[in-house]
Design a protein around this ligand. Sequence first.
Ligand SMILES: NC(=O)c1ccc[n+]([C@@H]2O[C@H](COP(=O)([O-])OP(=O)(O)OC[C@H]3O[C@@H](n4cnc5c(N)ncnc54)[C@H](OP(=O)(O)O)[C@@H]3O)[C@@H](O)[C@H]2O)c1
Length: 164
Amino acid sequence: MITFVWAEDENGVIGLNGELPWSLPNDMKFFKEVTLTGNVLMGRKTLESIPNPPLKNRINVVMTRDDTYEADEVIVMNDRESVLILAESMDKPLHIIGGADIFNLFIDDVDKLYRTLIHEKFQGDTYMPEINYNNFKMIESREGLLDEKNRHAHTFQIFERIAK
Ligand SMILES: NC(=O)c1ccc[n+]([C@@H]2O[C@H](COP(=O)([O-])OP(=O)(O)OC[C@H]3O[C@@H](n4cnc5c(N)ncnc54)[C@H](OP(=O)(O)O)[C@@H]3O)[C@@H](O)[C@H]2O)c1
């Protein structure tokens, strides 16, 4: 199974200057809980935005077009087909964690969506590609709790694919 796990603002912004535009520890916690149920796939830029890669206790797969690229404890893949074969061979979900290029590449393959919707508008330079939500059914929606460290109103949503 292939999933997407991401957070976006009201305009679909997901990134700014190679980083997340917001600080939302609750979402990091949710991200960790979800992705620990499987393995993770990300683009080279997203890998390089993680402070101490790889993400622990998950197989980390990175996509790059550079066939000489190396990163410690990370599987490097150069094309979509190899990733699909790998995902098929895994007994756990392959969670795709971005960024935009990689979401776009697997937009027709994804089975389940974990979207954190942040109810604000941020400055950004990277956007979530358009998803046809007619092909998905929302199975869960839960408001995130706000506190001193989590000041941006947000909703955790889970969707399952119902049509191709
Ligand atoms: N809000 C969220 O949930 C979220 C999630 C993830 C990332 N982000 C943010 O998004 C930004 C990074 O995303 P991004 O879209 O710029 O980059 P990205 O998708 O993480 O990485 C792009 C790289 O992936 C490789 N790639 C892309 N298409 C490929 C293909 N068809 N085959 C093989 N390799 C391919 C290329 O690497 P090479 O250049 O090495 O060839 C490309 O430069 C950051 O700001 C990050 O913080 C946000």
